[in-house]
Design a binder for this molecule. Structure first.
Ligand SMILES: [Zn+2]
Length: 246
């Protein structure tokens, strides 16, 4: 955490959230990784160390929490500032495997967005992580992505349900590290979100190393501004407490 914060300070950031993975599918690379006592103990240390210099938020990324409601609920007893909900698995398959795409890209995309609806309606979280992660996966596996117009309907259901329940979206820049031209989600989804009345937005670099911190945030900011957003949300205790101008 201290290394990540040092990187963030170098970039001029004033706040950072550590959203460690909570994953329950045994085949997940992050399965069994989470140690919440160690997490909160280290978090307390860096909060003290960087007091007044960096706002350090306690976060978590729940992977498929709707598939593991009891486990997810137990984790939410901890004092988090920000909870991300993410779909990483579909029908027992991880998004990064070829088998998920055996019926073609469009079928996998459709499956992914339908799973998102299940998660949005069936789990407790604050921010939807990487809304079109399936685009990054198809890019990584096949060097190809589909435009999202054909999936507008399920995506808009997701966006509407997020807005109605006071939750928001992440612009995840991890794809930019892998050569995707746009963050996840990109400009099209952000326009839909804005048009439907969406306001709550955060930036996430999905950084697993210090050199990933805030990678591509300039691009994410430009795309957010172009879609009509002028601020991102600052969370504390799982509530939007302030806004940061872009
Ligand atoms: Zn994720």
């Amino acid at each position: 955490m201290a290394e990540m914060i040092a990187a963030a300070l170098d970039l001029g950031l004033t706040g950072i959230a550590f959203t460690d993975h909570a994953e329950w599918y045994p085949g997940d690379p992050a399965y069994g990784f989470l140690d919440l006592d160690a997490y909160f103990s280290e978090l307390a240390q860096v909060r003290e160390l960087y007091d007044g210099k960096m706002r350090v938020l306690a976060g978590i990324e729940l992977g498929n929490p709707h598939d593991f409601p009891t486990e997810a609920q137990a984790i939410l007893a901890y004092p988090f500032d920000l909870v991300i909900g993410s779909v990483h698995w579909l029908d027992g398959l991880p998004g990064w495997e070829h088998s998920l795409f055996k019926s073609g890209l469009a079928a996998a995309y459709q499956l992914y967005f339908e799973e998102l609806i299940k998660m949005v309606d069936g789990a407790d979280f604050d921010i939807l992580g990487h809304l079109d992660l399936v685009r990054r996966d198809s890019w990584t596996l096949f060097g190809e992505t589909l435009t999202l117009d054909a999936f507008r309907e399920p995506i808009q259901v997701v966006l509407r349900h997020l807005i109605e329940s006071g939750r928001g979206l992440e612009i995840n820049t991890s794809g930019l590290r892998k050569g995707l031209p746009e963050p996840i989600p990109g400009s099209g989804v952000l326009h839909w979100y804005r048009d439907l009345g969406g306001e709550i937005l955060v930036l996430g670099s999905d950084g697993h190393r210090p050199e990933h911190v805030a990678f591509g945030f300039d691009t994410a900011r430009d795309i957010a501004l172009a879609a009509g957003f002028h601020r991102i949300a600052r969370f504390e205790n799982r509530t939007v407490v302030d806004w940061i101008e872009l």
